[in-house]
Design a protein around this ligand. Sequence first.
Ligand code: PLP
Length: 429
Amino acid sequence: MRPGRHRGFGATGVTVDDTDGEGNGGDVSENPNGGGGSGAAGARDCGGTDGPSGWGFETRSIHVGQEPDEATGALTVPIHLATTFVQPAPGEHLGFEYSRTGNPTRAALERCVAGLEGAAHGLAFASGMAAEDAVLRLLRPGDHVVLGADGYGGTYRLIATVYGERGIDWTAVDMTDEQAVAASVGPATRQVWLETPTNPLLTVVDIAAVADVAHAAGAAVVADNTFATPYLQNPLALGADVVLHSATKYLGGHSDVVGGFVALNDGDLAERLAFVQNAAGAVPAPFDCYLLLRGLKTLGVRMDRHCDNAEAVAAFLDGHPAVAEVLYPGLASHPGHDVAVRQMRRGGGMVSAVLDGGEAAAVAAVRATRVFRLAESLGAVESLIEQPATMTHLSVAESPLAVDPGLVRLSVGIETVGDLLADLDQALA
Ligand code: PLP
């Protein structure tokens, strides 16, 4: 089945024009194909010129920003390792000057991901945290940030510790409680950070509702779309101002590249972020950009299989006697299921579960799986399992983001589903 046809999930989310009848994401913006500006400016201007508007998701992921090389006809984007580019005259260049400022392989990636998010502008970074850091560098001492009280521990650590110690105020709130969000924003609030579904509790946050509250207070909404990917959810179309990705996860998809991404429509904000990207210099290497471009080409088909397998895993765990609670947005019993149906195309590839036996049971289970490898990270073809309390979320122990030690998080890969279920069955036995 195609996305948008699953277990009550809405046709395609909110703004998608599914004119191709395939239900595969369709056209999410006026400029769905990205493209436009070349070279150094490509990071700042992805306004579409390449490809007919209305291209479907998979066509965009394979072609946007990736025209055959003009000089050689090479079909795939070359890895441009040159650090510098020869100029015809001082003050003139052919689109690129210096590889930190702009690189042709990176420009292709920036155009492609921007096109997938329906964004006018895209900027690639050396990691998801570098992307987050660039957005936070727009703040000044005395500014206030609101973030979710459930989410990736590294985001909390960066805001609360690194920026908190430098004069940025912050409040962590339950993002599913609109009144709590409204009560937490004030005149100094500049950014409201949300993640949906969240890491590791898979909480679904209503992006449009949070955007209404934040915008009424004059704050920008920064949405981490790492778990959903642009295949399943497009936060900009739902009212977010900035979309963030740990490209290390589903965008790359093969556990072999660390990267980050920011996509947005506001040209002034994009200029300021491009300035930070160049001034602070946390840019990805050309080879990493190539790996991400390669991963993106199969994002749609991978996500379909991730969702198929995750649905089967969630259903299996849901009926298992060793499991106290299954957290998966695709389950009708999930508290955020209705919102997920409105804003996502399917439930995604991540499943969390609280085990009946608490921490001891969680530790025993993650040590006993064979196909699910015990490791941090997520979003790749390989299935992974972890215990967030002592692994990915150790940095938030004792904080508002601390997680239950009986929780296990599964990144459901694209292996044969029967092998995944059999593996969990023996590990929980
Ligand atoms: N956002 C989310 C939701 C994440 O899960 C992660 C990492 O796990 C990050 C951001 C940070 O990304 P990176 O590890 O690429 O720096």
